[in-house]
Design a protein around this ligand. Structure first.
Ligand SMILES: Cc1cc2nc3c(=O)[nH]c(=O)nc-3n(C[C@H](O)[C@H](O)[C@H](O)COP(=O)(O)O)c2cc1C
Length: 224
């Protein structure tokens, strides 16, 4: 047992769930921005997302070496260039996707909420139907039942009716559905800008401050 001593601030992390949709650079951008904002993170990487990470970056994600693998991943730019970012991962705690006894599988474990980025359609279905097939889905279900903030950055195209219905169910349950679809009005010139736009909108939905993209200020409007 590790009770909080009087005067001590309890660690209250954001859970970040990375599922097996394409878009691991979105997850990296969200993780970097949360850490830069001084937030702590509980990280859950699904089994399938290890394949997308390997495919998209060449980096494995191994439970036994998660710190080294995470450092390598977060240092990469969206163009794959190593050493683009310097990141201190001291605020990250990692839970294995199969660990259903982990902290985030209980509503009494203190967290601010959960961001699923990217969210696969399988993950969307699992959370909408309450399947809890792994820790990521269980933590998302717990987040909803505790009425905490859940942001779901779904990535698939096209979307079939079944997924659209699951997304409506998530919205009805109080989640924010944030499609991983970048806008082009913020002056993007590099892939990283487009990635950061999506990551920034995920953080907007969570209410976390960041400077990831240039906000629209009404330039073409006629405000006086
Ligand atoms: C390289 C690769 C890319 C994939 N991209 C997507 C995607 O963009 N969206 C999606 O819904 N599923 C995608 N999948 C399929 C999911 O990984 C698969 O449905 C998996 O069961 C998701 O499991 P999870 O939600 O537990 O991570 C992709 C799979 C691979 C191997």
């Amino acid at each position: 047992m590790n009770p909080v001593k009087p005067g001590e601030t309890p660690r209250t992390p954001w859970i970040v769930g990375v599922s097996g949709a394409s878009g691991t650079p979105y997850a990296a951008a969200v993780l970097r921005a949360l850490l830069a904002a001084g937030e702590s993170v509980d990280l859950v990487v699904s089994r399938a997302s290890r394949l997308t990470l390997l495919d998209e970056t060449g980096i494995p994600f191994r439970d036994a070496h998660w710190q080294a693998d995470l450092r390598e991943w977060l240092s990469r730019g969206a163009d794959g260039k190593p050493g683009t970012f310097e990141v201190d991962i001291a605020g990250v705690r990692h839970w294995s996707a199969g660990d259903l006894a982990a902290g985030p599988s209980s509503g009494s474990y203190p967290v601010k909420g959960m961001l699923i980025v990217p969210a696969s359609t399988a993950c969307v279905a699992g959370v909408a139907l309450g399947l809890s097939k792994d820790l990521l889905q269980r933590a998302a279900g717990v987040t909803l039942k505790e009425r905490r903030k859940l942001v779901v950055a779904v990535r698939e195209t096209p979307l079939n009716g079944q997924t659209l219905r699951h997304l409506v169910a998530l919205d009805d349950a109080g989640a924010s559905v944030v499609p991983a679809s970048p806008g082009f009005y913020a002056g993007a010139t590099h892939i990283q800008d487009l990635v950061d736009f999506v990551a920034g909108r995920v953080l907007d939905a969570a209410g976390v401050e960041h400077g990831l993209y240039r906000r629209w200020k009404g330039e073409l409007g006629n405000g006086t």
